[in-house]
Write a protein that binds this ligand. Structure first.
Ligand SMILES: [Zn+2]
Length: 609
């Protein structure tokens, strides 16, 4: 199983997204028994485990040595793996109504049935048709180009340019060209794909594909939707304060003609193509005086002679300090920590679990800087999770739900506070920033972590509506714009008519990667962090807490991690935090000093849109 770093970009192409499942009609003549179901599950689990090791090996070689040959070998295994998952998902549906299933068999049948994101119906030709469309959409996205100064510019370059450009005319050009060039041509295919995959979901026993995705959370699909609404209500006031402040700063910078003092924020001014994270425009909103946090992690790392290996050793040291066993020798022998000089590799950071046992690895082109220092802690979080659940049966070797896996590394990375840097000898104690620098530290984080919340929520709100038919193809654009306005308080820089398809210009839509996991991970990481800090007896402001060195925290964390996906996620959450509910309150508590500061700045200024 491969775990990648973040929600944006092409990072997620390697997970099972885009895989197609073919349902087979149940055999009405021979009613299956609970014993048949046990036998089926045992065989499916063994076959899926075996092929996963082949796929991991081929995938690893391919990602660390890209040639035509390794491409072909990885594609071949991946196709066989998909075929097998397809076959077993269809067969698992056959046992749905069998009486007397054991809880484990019931759970594993659901995991097998729900193991693939895009189900095809059983009629002849449908699987090929769906697979062709899904591949075409992903490929179109990968080849997509916008323009800057009238010249074509590819996806990763335009993404970077949206972060650094401050000329509103150029931002508008990039935003409009990207959304028009990439989104519009996909629209008919996307609508067709929705129709076909919904038929497949019905054959597997789900109302539609959106309901199938929501079924992966150990509760009825409608209850899950309600839970996400409740979570949003908890964090909405925090987002509103940030929105009000940022809109004011953008108005100061660009003037009324570009960004009025009231109403929504123009979507292309926020430093990101989708306005999903705003950290790139921190320089525009940084408060005078407290914007500078007083030290530079990159300079500290370099002054102390850190190299990529020492960065990873330091990350390992954090987990060791919690009581986790050191990483195995094979981790150091087999990981790719530095970019090789002589061959093509996939540099995007990822964490791997090759044999579903001890053979964990990371793959990074590590640079000695602050971002990669955080990324190391993040990726190792995946490895420690993977190793903690290695004694579970294969189907349970996964995060408690798909939000948990991403949240572990991020939660540990939250502990990279100035005091932690002192503890590991990077920062001199006299240089720990005083409390008046907290605003800068927190605002910088909020620009990414808080700004993301409404976007993380609305991507699948839109998709749930598309899959259940409440959003028709001629409403794809208007519904997208309405959700962006309702939750994010942003609007496109130019009017969008119903021929547009801006949702298609976001990677995870054409790639069919479910998105609610990222919303959940944002909240869970703070919930884990607050729980750890409480266990460590921390009483100061939450954002200054580090639980480095606390073995009691480590022991509790281990209890959650080693469960994998063997029990409903509330059981896992309870094992570490004591709570059975995902909550936004920890994030609200973490940013409380910032919210107070924002509300003071916002006094007398219009709020909302
Ligand atoms: Zn990750």
């Amino acid at each position: 199983m491969i775990r990648t770093a973040m929600a944006s970009g092409l990072a997620l192409a390697l997970v099972l997204s885009g895989a197609v499942v073919l349902a087979t009609a149940p055999d009405k003549n021979a009613p299956a028994t609970a014993a048949d179901a046990d036998t089926f599950v045992a065989k499916a689990e063994k076959d899926l485990a075996d092929i996963s090791v082949d796929a991991n090996r081929a995938g690893w070689i391919n990602a660390t040595y890209i040639t035509d040959d390794t491409d072909a070998m990885a594609a071949e295994v991946s196709a066989r793996q998909t075929e097998l998952a397809v076959k077993y998902a269809g067969e698992a549906a056959k046992y749905l109504d069998v009486q007397g299933l054991s809880p484990d068999t019931r759970r594993k049948l659901d995991l097998i049935r729900n193991g693939i994101t895009l189900p095809a119906p059983s009629r002849p030709g449908a699987a090929d048709e769906l697979s062709t469309i899904a591949t075409k959409l992903q490929s179109e996205y990968g080849k997509g180009k916008g323009t800057l100064d009238g010249k074509p510019i590819n996806g990763s370059d335009i993404e970077a340019a949206m972060g650094t450009t401050r000329d509103p005319a150029k931002l508008k050009e990039m935003w409009v060209s990207w959304n028009d060039n990439v989104g519009v041509p996909m629209k008919a295919d996307y609508a067709h794909m929705v129709d076909i995959s919904n038929q497949g979901a019905k054959e597997l026993g789900y109302a539609d594909v959106g309901a199938m995705w929501r079924a992966g959370y150990d509760m009825p699909p409608d209850d899950f939707a309600k839970m996400t609404d409740r979570l949003w209500k908890q964090v909405e006031p925090l987002y509103l304060s940030l929105h009000t402040y940022v809109r004011w700063k953008l108005n100061e910078k660009y003037g009324d003609a570009v960004q009025p003092k009231t109403g929504p924020i123009r979507a292309d001014l926020l430093g990101n193509m989708w306005a999903q994270e705003w950290g790139n425009i921190y320089d525009v909103v940084a408060p005078k005086g407290s914007g500078d946090i007083g030290y530079d992690t990159e300079a500290l790392l370099k002054a102390k002679g850190y190299d990529p290996i020492k960065m990873v050793k330091t990350g390992e040291g954090f987990y060791s300090s919690l009581g986790f066993a050191p990483l195995p020798d094979t981790f150091w022998a087999r990981s790719m920590i530095v970019k090789p000089a002589d061959r093509e590799v996939v540099c995007h950071a990822s964490a791997w679990d090759i044999d579903n046992k001890q053979d964990v690895r990371i793959k990074m082109c590590t640079k000695v800087n602050a971002d990669d220092f955080v990324t190391v802690h993040h990726e190792l979080g995946h490895n420690y999770y993977q190793r903690a659940y290695m004694n579970q049966p294969f189907l349970y070797e996964n995060g408690a739900n798909d939000g948990f896996h991403e949240a572990i590394g991020d939660f540990v990375a939250l502990s990279i506070t100035p005091n932690y840097l002192v503890q590991i000898g990077l920062l001199d104690k006299s240089r720990v920033p005083s409390a008046d620098k907290d605003t800068g530290l927190l605002l910088r984080q909020a620009m990414d972590k808080v700004a993301f919340l409404p976007f993380g929520l609305l991507v699948d709100k839109w998709r749930w509506g598309v899959f259940n038919g409440s959003i028709k193809p001629d409403q794809y654009q208007s519904a997208w714009d309405a959700l962006r306005l309702q939750y994010q308080g942003i609007k496109p820089p130019v009017a969008r008519d119903s021929s547009r398809f801006d949702a298609g210009a976001k990677y995870h839509i054409p790639a069919n990667t479910p998105y609610m996991r990222y919303f959940l991970a944002r909240l869970l990481q703070f919930q884990f962090y607050q729980a750890a800090c409480k266990q460590a007896g921390w009483t100061g402001p939450l954002h200054r807490c580090s639980f480095y060195g606390n073995k009691e925290v480590g022991a509790k964390l281990q209890k959650m991690l080693e469960m994998g996906q063997s029990k409903p996620w509330p059981d896992a959450l309870q094992a570490f935090t004591g709570s059975r509910e995902i909550s936004g309150q920890a994030m609200v508590d973490y940013f409380a000093p910032l919210k107070k500061w924002l509300d003071e700045q916002n006094k007398g200024k219009p709020s909302g849109w």
